[in-house]
Design a protein around this ligand. Structure first.
Ligand SMILES: Nc1ncnc2c1ncn2[C@@H]1O[C@H](COP(=O)(O)OP(=O)(O)OP(=O)(O)O)[C@@H](O)[C@H]1O
Ligand SMILES: [Mg+2]
Length: 322
């Protein structure tokens, strides 16, 4: 199957104050048409940068970003705009991504105005109404402004806007994180339904592994800009191979709300600017040996569809420590 989108050895760096911060460090991934890929990792691990790179919103310092086989860096403005129609993004805070002066209807219909300018106003309105209805909203909400909607409905409207131009890839960057748990479940279900109906691929970014588990058939774990593990959902949750994946799984809040939910992952202490020779996780890893500080572990295939970057994966350290 040809890939819908791919990152090849992607490096993205930010410069400031004479320093270089490597937000993505040789990240490779392939998204198949219609698949649902989850990306997890703690704050600052590079998740949003990965999303922005895929959409062509941040440039590669090295490596390539491919969409539909085309290298984004080689495309001209018009080609890039055409390609943009095939992707959309949903953010954590939908109210902030809507123009407060525009009605919901105008905002939701905006991608159509851009990508299908020949479409008559009435036809556009009808498409907006149909999509609002499909996302569980009253079409009469088209006349409202974003601040009049609460979180759940506002995120539904954001999903309607993302879907309206029939994209092939929708990136959800912490799209349910700000919502109440019950609303989160509804939004997740809506995304799953739309994916089934339209065959749209989802890149679902979240620090919440429980949510990712509901949505993603494959999960990629980022740590300080590096892919430390990528695996089919079942393998990742049942038999993680990387100690960081294990720590993330162990700190997933259970369904019992209690003070005991405090994450067990030790806090990040190393500066994101520091680039050690060895494994990025070495300072926090309970299984680190001297070699881990000296040799950067390659991402090795350990099972069908599962790859891990850990010198000690063969010993099963992450799987055993449960
Ligand atoms: N425009 C920018 N300029 C400078 N540094 C940036 C910029 N965007 C991101 N960074 C840095 O790059 C690293 C990765 O950031 P990114 O936003 O991708 O992380 P994230 O995984 O999305 O985090 P969060 O879970 O908090 O959203 C961080 O150290 C961040 O401070
Ligand atoms: Mg982010």
């Amino acid at each position: 199957m040809t890939a819908l989108a791919a990152l090849e050895q992607l490096v993205v760096e930010f410069r400031g104050g004479g320093r270089v911060l490597r937000a993505l460090d040789e990240v490779s991934l392939v998204i198949a048409p219609g698949e649902s890929l989850g990306v997890v990792g703690e704050s600052g691990s590079g998740k949003s940068t990965l999303a922005r790179a895929l959409l062509g919103l941040v440039a590669a310092d090295r490596g390539r970003v491919l969409f539909g086989g085309a290298d984004l860096a080689t495309l001209g403005g018009a080609e890039l705009r055409r390609l943009r129609r095939r992707m959309a993004i949903i953010f954590q805070n939908p109210a902030a991504s809507f123009d407060p002066r525009q009605t919901i209807g105008d905002s939701v219909g905006e991608p159509l105005a851009v990508h299908e300018p020949a479409l008559a106003r009435a036809a556009r309105r009808a498409r907006v109404a149909a999509l609002l209805e499909r996302t569980g909203l009253d079409p009469a909400l088209a006349a409202r402004r974003p601040h009049e909607l609460s979180g759940g409905p506002c995120q539904r409207a954001a999903i309607a806007r993302a879907m309206i131009a029939s994209p092939q890839l929708v990136v959800c960057d912490e799209a349910v994180s700000a919502l109440d748990v019950s609303v989160q479940a509804q939004i997740v279900n809506l995304l799953l339904e739309l994916r089934r109906e339209n065959g749209v691929a989802l890149l679902f970014i979240s620090h919440n592994l429980a949510v990712v588990r509901r949505l993603a058939s494959r999960v990629l774990v980022l740590y300080r800009g590096r892919v430390v593990e990528v695996a089919p959902r079942e393998a990742l949750y049942a038999a993680p191979r990387h100690p960081y994946t294990r720590l993330l799984l162990d700190s997933v809040p259970s369904l019992v709300p209690a003070a005991s939910q405090a994450p067990r992952v030790p806090p990040e202490t190393a500066s994101p600017f520091a680039r050690d020779r060895g494994c990025a996780f070495v300072a926090r890893c309970p299984f680190a040996i001297r070699r881990c500080a000296e040799v950067a572990p390659p991402l090795e295939t350990v099972a069908p569809g599962q790859a891990v970057a850990c010198l000690r994966w063969r010993e099963g350290v992450a799987t055993r420590c449960a």
